[in-house]
Ligand binder design. Structure first.
Ligand code: S3P
Length: 174
């Protein structure tokens, strides 16, 4: 069974763009769980949060993760909160190498705020503070990854190349 590469980490750390390019370079398939949620729900995440609430979103996310965790030879980009539910972690880990992308709160702010599509940051009056608090709460979950890459000063290509090196080393072990 060919392992999946699973990208986890906070909003704005580049999971979707990195995942897409990584899959292309490694000739693997690609799925972005947020995109799949939007396709299945026929709605934008921002609206799903507004209309149906976060719990509803998390339940859909859990089902989608259970489904994609069964795939083989996929790069899977997840939403920033996906790994908080133990069940999601267990599912993704079954056939996946977990790589966490990180960035400083300031960099996350720069990358996310202009997009206006992050329901969990949009309502905050002090976004940097909210990012810091959320990072603190989520730290123990992100730390469960097999590898961590700080993306703060790196472009997408550099991050992808770093992951490819990790994967080559992993494959050499087997
Ligand atoms: C979330 C991150 C988002 C999306 C949703 C919730 C989070 O994904 O799943 O808005 O809880 O951190 P990105 O990490 O792709 O922004």
């Amino acid at each position: 069974m060919k392992k999946n590469i699973v990208l986890i980490g906070f909003m704005g750390t580049g999971k979707s763009e990195v995942g897409y390019l990584l899959a292309k370079k490694l000739n693997m398939s690609f799925v972005d769980t947020d995109k799949l949620i939007e396709e299945r729900e026929k709605d934008r995440i921002i609206r799903i949060f507004q209309v149906k609430g976060e719990d509803y979103f998390r339940n859909v996310e859990e089902n989608i993760i259970e489904e994609v965790s069964k795939y083989e030879n996929y790069v899977i980009s997840t939403g920033g909160g996906a790994i908080i539910r133990e069940k999601n972690f267990v599912n993704l880990k079954k056939n996946g190498i977990l790589i966490c992308l990180t960035a400083t709160p300031e960099e996350i702010y720069k990358r996310t705020i202009p997009k206006k599509d992050r329901p969990l940051l949009m309502k905050s009056k002090n976004v940097i503070q909210t990012i810091k608090e959320m990072l603190e709460v989520r730290k123990p979950y992100y730390q469960k990854a097999d590898y961590t890459i700080d993306t703060t000063k790196k472009n997408i290509e550099e991050i992808v190349d770093e992951i490819i090196k990790i994967i080559k080393k992993e494959n050499g072990k087997n």
